[in-house]
Design a binder for this molecule. Structure first.
Ligand code: NAP
Length: 413
């Protein structure tokens, strides 16, 4: 499939409009601005895209991973792509354009573009072997589900800058099956400065599969009100402000669910190592609650949590978290801006707890989940590597095993 193509043939990168949730992740990720959108579709400019694949792993739906072999002179234009409701049928290449091995007009999902071979991702591309089967893409931007707000309250101290909300949405009698680690999309009402409908924003579930309130068809999210960008400049987060301002009985358009790899194991004795910052704690809360609800079955393995926040008062769910029994979960809080205390990040604590981290990593029943700020990804990987190397093991081999066995997962933004 990666045979060299004749120069007149283009492996054109396309986005499946039926599956795409218009979340803007690809447009934000593309390093060379090859992706754009109008009010209808997200599209790839064939004159700019170099097939670098940077946009593929972050896409929550896989809609980004579509490729067609086309005569370069007949590449699908932006205008054509804007008008699509579905991808065009695969067409054989004209005989004069088809090189020897490249006879067909389509490339299967997941094939690496020829021009640039991407480095292996830090995390696994498969779920743990015992994960339950996830449902994905049941509701799209054209067919959203409508949920009703049944709870919305702040989970950080009132007098801190971090206004983080726990929002409970009820799906009524709409089937919306989810698993811990999955996410949903929210369609905020209104349009952007160009008059285009706001794109969907993705949030991890903070509740377990059987609901925030067990047995009810509801789910919860952890949402931080965005008032400043990463550079500290004032900015109004469209969806986070919309969600944090919702009142009981308001309705919300929901799409998804998404995610088929960042899933928890289900077999007896499986351990979880959870590493998160801020609102990245949402999936950890979901998994922890799943474990808590089945304590009586006696089948749980060990839980170890590394949780980073600026201060204790800005750490979402601090109160409920500290009420969990210590023999149920091993909690390690890394506070970075606590007055008169040294700055601590989750990776510092991983190193401090090296012996216990190594023990857990050595157990083939351990799965590791990392969620939160993009910046923590490299630091956490380095900390895990240091801990393993200190123990006389080869990190490269273990890292590869963890990826291959679906035991190391990242969800960072
Ligand atoms: P935050 O308050 O900005 O940061 C949380 C903690 O992480 C702070 O102590 C911060 O320290 C520390 N930190 C900063 N850089 C770090 C690094 N390189 N390595 C380790 N720790 C670092 O966090 P937030 O605003 O809640 O952001 C959480 C992130 O999770 C967002 O990017 C969000 O998009 C993402 N996320 C959210 C969800 C969801 O469902 N809501 C799901 C998945 C991911 P400093 O004092 O240095 O700032």
């Amino acid at each position: 499939m990666n045979a060299r193509l004749p120069p007149e043939v283009l492996r054109q990168h396309l986005i499946d409009p039926e599956v795409c949730i218009r979340c803007n992740t690809c447009e934000e990720t593309c390093p060379i601005d090859a992706i754009t959108h109008d009010g209808n579709n997200y599209v790839v400019d064939p004159d700019i895209c170099n097939g670098c694949m940077a946009c593929v792993p972050p896409c929550p739906t896989g809609s980004i991973d579509n490729w067609r072999l086309v005569p370069r002179a007949q590449a699908y234009s932006l205008q054509e792509q804007f008008g699509w409701d579905e991808l065009p049928a695969e067409k054989p290449l004209p005989a004069d354009a088809a090189g020897e091995p490249a006879q067909v007009g389509a490339i299967a999902d997941g094939d690496v573009a020829e021009a640039v071979v991407a480095a292996p991702a830090a995390g696994a591309a498969v779920p743990p072997w015992s994960a339950a089967h996830p449902y994905v893409n049941l509701y799209t931007h054209k067919t959203p589900a409508v949920a009703t707000v049944v709870g919305n309250y702040r989970v950080t101290d009132e007098d801190t800058d971090s206004d983080i909300h726990h929002i409970v949405l009820d799906l009524g009698n709409v089937p919306f099956p989810v698993l811990e680690g999955q996410s949903i999309g929210i369609l905020p009402p209104g349009t952007d400065a160009q008059g285009r409908a706001h794109h969907a924003r993705q949030y991890s579930l903070a509740s377990p599969r059987d609901g925030e309130r067990a047995g009810y068809n509801n789910l919860s999210l952890t949402v931080k009100r965005v008032t400043h960008d990463h550079a500290g400049q004032p900015v109004h987060g469209v969806c986070s402000n919309y969600l944090c301002d919702l009142a009981r009985n308001d309705t919300v358009r929901v799409i998804g669910p998404f995610g088929h790899t960042f899933l928890m194991p289900n077999h007896a004795g499986a351990n979880l190592m959870m590493i998160c910052t801020g609102t990245g704690s949402a999936p950890m809360r979901a998994m922890t609650e799943r474990y808590r609800r089945r304590i009586a079955r006696g089948t749980n393995g060990r839980l170890m949590l590394f949780f980073g926040a600026r201060t204790q008062r800005e750490l979402p769910y601090f109160g409920p978290l500290m009420k969990l029994p210590r023999d149920f979960i091993d909690i390690n809080l890394a506070l970075s801006r606590e007055p008169r205390q040294p700055r601590r990040y989750v990776q510092d604590l991983i190193r401090e707890r090296a012996g216990d981290v190594r023990d857990l990593l050595a157990d083939p029943d351990t799965c590791i989940y990392v969620c939160g700020l993009k910046g923590m990804e490299a630091g956490v990987l380095e900390a895990l590597r240091d801990v393993v190397v200190q123990g006389g093991q080869d990190w490269t081999i273990l890292h590869d095993v963890l990826r291959r066995e679906g035991r190391l997962h990242f969800e960072t933004y």
